[in-house]
Write a protein that binds this ligand. Structure first.
Ligand SMILES: NC(=O)c1ccc[n+]([C@@H]2O[C@H](COP(=O)([O-])OP(=O)(O)OC[C@H]3O[C@@H](n4cnc5c(N)ncnc54)[C@H](OP(=O)(O)O)[C@@H]3O)[C@@H](O)[C@H]2O)c1
Length: 306
């Protein structure tokens, strides 16, 4: 089986993992910022699952010559970094290439279209737990599956075979809203809540004070998803708390972002729930509260750890 060439954009947690694993089966290029590309000259180290040293060519944008024809482009920066990334990608994207947006969150295709209209974007949601530790190590605590929707059916079938070959089970989901909501239910239930409590994921499931709040957040979010026409199943809802148990000791990305003084992805998580609920006339008071509190902490930097 010959797989498509792969270009991975963004050398963080998801990007280094995918680039390392894809490099074992196909031609792979990792594109980083100019300032950081050089650090990967000796390779990427994965710790935990798939442990090893992976030698992957890595370049900064100023060194990109020409992306391979018909390549798969895995776009892995955070959502609020899409503007910069896609303005760079615009100079290299050609018809026939299949770009795949790998961010968590709601409304990511619309966000990408703002900065680079034209591609038939595919959407992929990583059910992974990966933490990048500079300069070159990714700690891989869990790789459950990659759920996908949209894009060109032939290119995405090839992408699914590639993912299976690198040990990432691919799952096709009928449409982009469904694939986004299935993971967003988890993120909007646990990220903001556990970040505010400075608690690991498991507390959202097992702590007697946090669990009722998590259930309320989940019920409000599921009501918005259903009002949008997404078929939220009991299994989707149960998966939120199962996931909290499986990743009980993990600290979610919103908490890590607040501690690091970085922007959070809140506008595409609880913020997106509030915005959609307002449009649809659904009541989501818990999401409004979580969103405002996280935004306050982000703006003031008061959770930043030095
Ligand atoms: N980590 C996980 O386990 C996980 C699981 C599922 C989904 N996700 C989602 O995946 C997305 C990425 O998360 P992540 O944890 O991989 O984030 P991350 O570790 O911060 O990685 C993003 C990478 O993109 C780079 N980048 C930003 N702007 C760039 C540009 N203009 N050119 C080149 N590179 C650029 C960043 O560089 P700088 O650091 O220099 O800005 C960083 O290395 C998020 O939407 C997240 O919600 C993550």
């Amino acid at each position: 089986m010959s797989f498509p060439s792969v270009v991975v954009i963004g050398a963080g947690s998801i990007g280094t993992f995918l680039a390392a694993r894809c490099s074992t089966v196909t031609e792979t290029l990792l594109v980083a910022r100019d300032a950081t590309a050089g650090r990967f000259a000796e390779g990427i180290t994965l710790v935990g699952a798939f442990a090893g040293l992976y030698r992957v060519p890595c370049v900064g944008w100023s060194q990109v010559a020409r992306f391979p024809d018909h390549c798969l482009i895995l776009v892995t920066p955070k959502i609020f970094q899409l503007q910069d990334v896609l303005s760079e990608l615009a100079a290299h994207w050609r018809p026939g290439m299949q770009p795949v947006l790998c961010q968590n969150g709601l409304g990511v295709v619309a966000e990408a279209d703002r900065w680079l209209p034209g591609p038939d974007w595919a959407r992929a949601i990583a059910w992974f737990g990966i933490r990048f530790e500079p300069p070159t190590t990714a700690h891989v605590t869990g790789v459950k599956s990659m759920e996908m929707a949209g894009g060109d059916p032939v290119a995405m079938a090839d992408a699914a075979e590639l993912l299976a070959a690198i040990g990432v089970p691919p799952v096709f989901v009928p449409d982009v809203p469904t694939v986004e909501w299935r993971k967003a239910l988890w993120n909007v239930t646990l990220n903001g809540l556990c970040a505010l409590a400075e608690a690991p994921n498991g507390a959202g499931d097992s702590d007697p004070l946090l669990r009722p709040l998590a259930e309320t957040l989940l019920a409000e979010a599921a009501a918005v998803a259903r009002a949008e026409g997404v078929d939220v199943t009991a299994e989707d809802e149960a998966r939120v708390f199962e996931g909290a148990r499986v990743t009980a000791t993990n600290l979610n990305s919103t908490l890590q972002d607040l501690w690091a003084g970085r922007p959070t992805e809140m506008p595409w998580l609880n913020g997106a729930v509030v915005e959609r609920a307002t449009r649809l006339g659904v009541s989501v008071p818990s999401h409004r509260l979580v969103c405002s509190l996280v935004n306050y902490l982000e703006r003031t930097g008061s959770r930043k750890r030095t």
